[in-house]
Design a protein around this ligand. Structure first.
Ligand code: NAI
Length: 377
């Protein structure tokens, strides 16, 4: 199997998501880390890149230098990961797609729906892959859940209930901490705070497992810490194109919840429950029968769950390995085998349309809004 060249923008020293990408991209030996513009401070970024083993001429001081340097090389990178703050995703992703690179962009993919639609179009025109890092969808037991829904094991889906709520911004005395404050500042975070940050993971997951798309939504937003201009809590009701009803709660002030991402899917003949804090188990209750726990790595899983169960049964599967599964699917895609399940720009723009619909709905007292980008109506 050909080893692919990989480069990264953002994810510098001390960043939150950078280490997960470096572990994930290299976990299977399918990508070599050969280029990067890792920091917004040129010198610091170059130093850190060389410390991580990048050759000095490919440890760039800015993404513009990286674009100029890589586009002319015979051995140019096969994939560029964009792991910078949200407001920069669009221009970087657009520039690299237009120059003929495959891109994995962090979420939220863009700030506006129009930018998201432009990315979908540019990716289609360039023939390059633009994926979005909805990494939770790459846990083996999430793939198992989707395969069970597709296989009819739950019957027609009636209801999806999902939460992505934590309490890490719940301390009002810490609200002015610059690491926290920017997330609720429209100039830096955009139109939405907690819903665009964590809620869209849950909304993508609902579509992913139910194998359906969100059609409309009604949102109630709250800034429970009054100095915040953007919401730190949101309750979003939604309807799916196939008729399922959805409920989503996302919060950053739920003190006591650590990384509380869970989802329940209820169909006519059964229900499923998955939670990110116990990602190896899927709880399944067939109608009229006892509840069962399906374990990662056990026999008789669906093929996609089996393929991505890289650690033996009873051993924990960590978050970076879900990111590794995204890179595994990307390596297959770049090599010509498109894997069903890889979150793409289409998923990224659906999230942006949902964010803008939720903000409009919350401003109009929960009025129902079409949650789809115009290209998918
Ligand atoms: P962070 O603030 O911890 O790190 C950002 C990094 O990007 C820093 O190293 C900074 O120097 C660098 N940077 C900023 N501007 C740059 C530029 N113009 N060129 C090159 N480097 C630049 O941010 P964090 O938390 O790592 O988030 C980054 C992105 O990842 C965000 O979009 C966030 O939403 C997303 N994220 C996704 C997660 C997931 O579950 N998929 C989890 C955490 C973050």
């Amino acid at each position: 199997m050909k080893r692919l060249g990989w480069g990264m923008i953002g994810g510098g020293e001390g960043s939150q998501i950078g280490p997960a990408h470096r572990l994930g991209a290299r976990a299977d030996g399918r990508f070599d880390f050969v280029a990067g513009a890792l920091d917004h401070r040129a010198e610091i970024g170059r130093d850190y890149g060389t410390q991580l083993g990048i050759a000095p001429d490919r440890a760039y001081g800015s993404w513009q230098d990286m674009l100029a340097g890589e586009r002319g090389r015979e051995d140019r990178v096969d994939l560029v990961t964009v792991a910078t703050p949200n407001a920069t995703h669009f221009e970087i992703t657009k520039a690299f797609l237009e120059a003929g690179f495959n891109v994995l962009c962090e979420k939220p993919m863009t700030m506006t729906v129009e930018e998201g639609e432009a990315i979908v179009e540019i990716a289609a025109r360039s023939g390059k892959i633009c994926a979005v890092n909805y990494c939770y969808s790459a846990y083996p037991m999430v793939r198992q859940a989707r395969a069970m829904v597709r296989n009819g094991e739950l019957g027609k889906i009636r209801l999806v209930v999902t939460n992505f709520s934590h309490g890490h911004h719940g301390d009002a005395t810490d609200a002015d901490n610059p690491r926290v404050r920017w997330r609720y500042d429209p100039a830096q975070a955009g139109i939405s705070g907690q819903f665009a940050d964590c809620g869209i993971h849950a909304l993508h997951m609902a579509s992913f497992i139910a194998d359906d798309q969100v059609e409309s939504l009604s949102a109630d937003f709250a800034s429970t810490i009054s100095s915040r201009q953007l919401e730190d809590d949101a309750m979003v009701n939604f309807r799916m194109e196939g008729g399922a009803v959805g409920r989503l709660w996302t919060s950053s002030v739920a003190i006591g919840r650590q990384h509380g991402f869970d989802i329940q899917v209820f169909g006519e003949t059964g229900g499923l429950r998955w939670t990110s804090e116990q990602p190896n188990q899927l709880v399944y209750t067939p109608l009229g029968r006892r509840t069962q726990i399906i374990e990662k790595g056990e026999g008789r899983l669906h093929e996609d769950a089996q393929r991505l169960s890289r650690v033996a049964i009873a051993h924990p599967e960590g978050f970076p390995l879900a990111v590794a599964n995204i890179y595994c699917d990307l390596a297959d895609a770049i090599s010509g085998e498109i894997r069903d399940g890889l979150p793409l720009a289409q998923d990224g723009v659906r999230s942006m349309a949902a964010v803008h619909a939720a903000v409009a709905s919350a401003r109009e007292n929960g009025a129902w809004k079409d949650a789809r980008p115009s290209i998918f109506r």
